[in-house]
Design a protein around this ligand. Structure first.
Ligand code: AMP
Ligand code: MG
Length: 490
């Protein structure tokens, strides 16, 4: 297998396309060459010009709906569907790209590598009983939320374009079909390793692990025990990622192992949403009856998924099985402390704490308890704490007592108030994609073909840490009713 950083053609193709295919060099078990199925009438709904630019693509020459619908292939594309497995709500299944096609990996002018994937591009050998298609609402929703996550500074796949297909797709009624072009550091999932392990051939597992090391963890590749280093590095990145989710109230909704990327990016936006009022039990997905993927459970689920990853890696960790199990177990148990370290660091930052004190956790938890009891809005409470006059947030004696403790704590660190406020503003977003604003934007786009509502929302979401120019109140407020749900809409 040649390195992902292998030499490439000197002249980029039209529009700046520069596609390579390192994943395709993995053993055949991991992919099937397969073309997207052309659609009746591709029409560009939205193009992410800034993202295109950053990939070395010329947005003006990208105005070709055919490329983003799969009707025509960009120069150098070698389409394939990826094989993977996954635990879905705890149950193991062989999956694979049932409605997505990888066109290739775009090499950016500064040498980075990104998967370019069409989602909703038709049936593949992995479609099982599915139609291989996606509908406009959910694809625009992924576009909005992934771009909002990126603006928040949280690792995520991104969205380059959405096209409609001119075809109707049967879901709850007939809905407009759409294809999303997704950009990702890679689409290697925990489920890809589960797939390799389930095939029972160590060579497959090793090829995948070596590839993942080269592509995402070059430092671990040169560690004395590269596969253990891979496990530990993936755990570290996931712990950091989930902590970031918790800090902004993001709820993924379907943390199945096939939806956990080895790169450490947030991936597969389905029934996800941001929490308004602080409630650790918040669940959004209508198919998650047990609350398996509730806000407060995300760290546990991440650890559970990482245990599945560690299990898959066992044959590579040590030739002696008990030894391998011990190494895997230690690493997975270690997630808890690593997550807590990331979580606490981020919560300290949200409260402007530069130093560490033993009572910080208690201080943070008191605030969260008060917020939960009073249905305080998660984002807006931290925003208000980042502004002058935060004592007036509430006249509740419980809050005032907490506020005094916080002020006393701030007074015990050397940083001046100015630095505290500046730092808090960099860690507490003013704006998150409020569910009612997302729904409003989707309704305008899907029901009235009016993209202007979504474009205004995207513009507001692009500057989440600008505390000086607040967007209009309608973008800042959550809806009082706590029973918002999204629907998988696949
Ligand atoms: P997701 O819920 O998007 O993470 O998808 C889980 C699995 O179901 C993946 O293997 C998808 O490719 C597959 N899948 C989802 N929707 C469809 C569809 N409409 N047609 C075929 N496969 C699908
Ligand atoms: Mg998925």
């Amino acid at each position: 297998m040649s390195s992902p950083a292998s030499a490439s053609s000197p002249h980029p193709a039209p529009a700046g396309w520069h596609l390579e295919h390192s994943y395709a060099q993995l053993p055949e078990a991991f992919h099937v060459a397969f073309n997207p199925t052309p659609v009746r009438e591709p029409k560009l709904v939205i193009l992410n010009r800034a993202l295109a630019d950053s990939l070395g693509l010329d947005a003006d020459q990208l105005n070709q709906a055919g490329w983003f619908a799969g009707n025509e292939l960009p120069p150098g594309a070698r389409p394939l569907a990826q094989a993977y497995a996954g635990h879905q709500f705890g149950n193991f299944t062989m999956l694979g790209d049932g409605r997505a096609i990888l066109l290739g990996e775009q090499l950016t002018p500064d040498g980075r590598r990104f998967d370019i994937q069409l989602k909703g591009s038709g049936q593949t050998p992995f479609s099982r009983r599915g139609d291989g298609r996606a509908t406009l609402g959910p694809m625009l929703r992924e576009y909005i939320i992934s771009e909002a996550m990126h603006a928040l500074g949280i690792p995520t796949t991104r969205s380059m374009a959405v096209v409609t297909t001119g075809e109707l797709v049967r879901r709850d009624g007939m809905l407009p079909g759409a294809v999303l072009t997704r950009v990702a550091a890679s689409h290697i999932r925990v489920g890809t390793f589960e797939y390799a392990a389930a095939r029972g051939e160590k060579a497959l597992l090793q090829a995948l692990a070596d590839y993942t090391l080269q592509r995402h963890y070059p430092d671990a590749a040169s560690a004395p025990q590269p596969y253990l280093a891979l496990l530990e590095s993936v755990i570290e990145r996931q712990a950091a990622l989930i902590a970031r989710w918790q800090h902004v109230g993001f709820i993924h909704g379907v943390m199945n192992t096939d939806n956990m990327a080895l790169s450490g990016e947030t991936i597969d936006y389905g029934p996800c949403a941001f929490m308004d009022a602080y409630d650790p039990a918040t669940v959004f997905s209508s198919i998650d009856h047990q609350g398996r993927y509730a806000y407060s459970r995300q760290p546990f689920i991440a650890q559970w998924n990482l245990a599945r990853f560690a299990e898959a890696l066992l044959p590579l960790l040590d030739p002696v099985e008990e030894k391998a199990v011990e190494l895997a177990n230690d690493a997975v148990v270690g997630f808890e402390l690593i997550f807590k370290r990331h979580w606490l660091a981020g919560m300290r930052a949200k409260l402007g704490l530069f130093t560490d004190e033993g009572d910080d956790l208690a201080l943070i938890e008191s605030l969260l308890q008060w917020m939960q009891k009073t249905d305080a809005d998660f984002t807006n409470t931290f925003r208000a704490l980042s502004a002058p006059g935060s004592r007036s947030i509430s006249s509740d004696p419980v809050f005032l007592d907490w506020h005094q403790r916080w002020q006393d704590r701030l007074a015990r660190q050397p940083q001046p108030a100015q630095a505290v406020q500046e730092s808090m503003r960099q860690h507490n977003p003013v704006i998150i994609p409020r569910n009612h604003k997302v729904e409003e934007a989707l309704a305008a786009a899907v029901e009235r073909e009016d993209l202007s509502v979504m474009e205004r929302l995207l513009a507001v979401l692009a500057k989440p840490y600008d505390h000086t120019q607040l967007p209009p109140e309608e973008y800042l407020a959550g809806l009082p009713s706590g029973d918002y749900q999204t629907f998988c809409g696949t």
